[in-house]
Design a binder for this molecule. Structure first.
Ligand code: ADP
Ligand code: MG
Ligand code: ZN
Length: 290
């Protein structure tokens, strides 16, 4: 790809994690509405507000939509999958943990065929899992408040293999994926409302045969234009770092669109230990062939 006219021996590797809000009428583990745009904290109950003693009840419609996405993406839909607790402390997460699939996701494998720069490409998928969304923090001049309307909204996370090679391919992949989930009624795919969000994992290496480089995960990509600009910036940054003799460290970076740069958020050493364990309040998710 063009970087200041230099002929590069470098090649780019990208893997995507897409969070996609499922188009159910109600939340993943309670009967609260998922309607976007309501007054803050009007779509909340003891379950999604994390009161002690309440129990989650899995929304069958969310499971059906996750299966529908998995079938369209040629995944192996798993007859048995499992929910886990991902533990962390943050004010938008009232229970103190997120219920998500971890060790045993609902879908494994799969692929998506795309056309990018006139070339046919098959992008491998690693997995699709079901999880609940967190609430939303609202910052203003008087301080920060929390809106729990989104807490407990059903999502699928679609994780790709590191098969993408250019920013344009990533955009083609995301557009194809969004078309599919929209066509199937799995999600409304509204990026600006947060129903379709992408994290891009980016690394560089010297040629296609070289081992994979250290990846940097870029968050906060809420439009196709941001995805493209952020990946191109990050690839150029990594190449100049390496050419200047530094090592890339595995870290999470945020895209600042106004400044046109990615900024370090946390490194692997600062990564949280989520103490995942199987959710004791939900049985295994078992699907019949029907
Ligand atoms: P995490 O939860 O740490 O982000 P995941 O396994 O959920 O880990 O996601 C890893 C993502 O990073 C996948 O999309 C994968 O394809 C991608 N990836 C893994 N290694 C590399 C690499 N060297 N370069 C670019 N992307 C990578
Ligand atoms: Mg990630
Ligand atoms: Zn609720």
């Amino acid at each position: 790809w063009p970087t200041g006219g230099r002929v590069m021996t470098w090649t780019l590797v990208i893997g995507c994690e897409v969070h996609c809000q499922l188009a159910t009428a109600t939340k993943l583990f309670c009967a609260c509405s998922t309607q976007f745009g309501a007054e803050p904290n009007t779509q909340v109950c003891p379950v999604c507000a994390g009161y002690p003693g309440v129990l989650p009840v899995l929304n069958a419609a969310a499971v059906e939509l996750a299966i529908r996405a998995g079938r369209a993406l040629h995944c192996d839909v798993q007859p048995t999958s499992e929910f886990s607790r991902k533990n962390y402390f943050y004010p938008d997460l009232p229970k103190g943990y997120q219920i998500t699939q971890f060790a045993r996701p609902i879908c494994l494998g799969g692929h998506l065929d795309i056309v990018a720069n006139g070339e046919n490409r098959r992008i491998g998928l690693t997995r699709i899992h079901i999880e609940e969304d967190a609430g939303k923090l609202i910052h203003d001049t008087t301080g920060t408040t929390v809106d729990l309307n989104r807490a407990g909204t059903p999502l699928i996370e679609i994780v790709s293999e590191p098969d993408l090679r250019t920013a344009d391919e990533v955009v083609a992949y995301l557009k194809a994926l969004r078309n599919i989930v929209r066509w199937l009624g799995v999600s409304d795919g509204h990026m600006e409302q947060g129903s379709f969000r992408c994290d891009a994992n980016v690394s560089v290496r010297r040629g296609e045969q070289a081992p994979l480089g250290t990846r940097v995960e870029i968050k906060n990509l809420n439009s196709f234009m941001h995805v493209k600009r952020a990946i191109e910036y990050e690839a150029a940054r990594q190449i100049s770092e390496i050419e200047a003799g530094s090592k890339i460290i595995q870290q999470t970076r945020l895209w600042d669109d106004r400044a046109g740069v990615t900024r370090a958020m946390r490194s692997k050493e600062e990564a949280m230990d989520y103490r995942y364990f199987p959710e004791p309040d939900l049985p295994l998710l078992q699907l019949s062939d029907d």
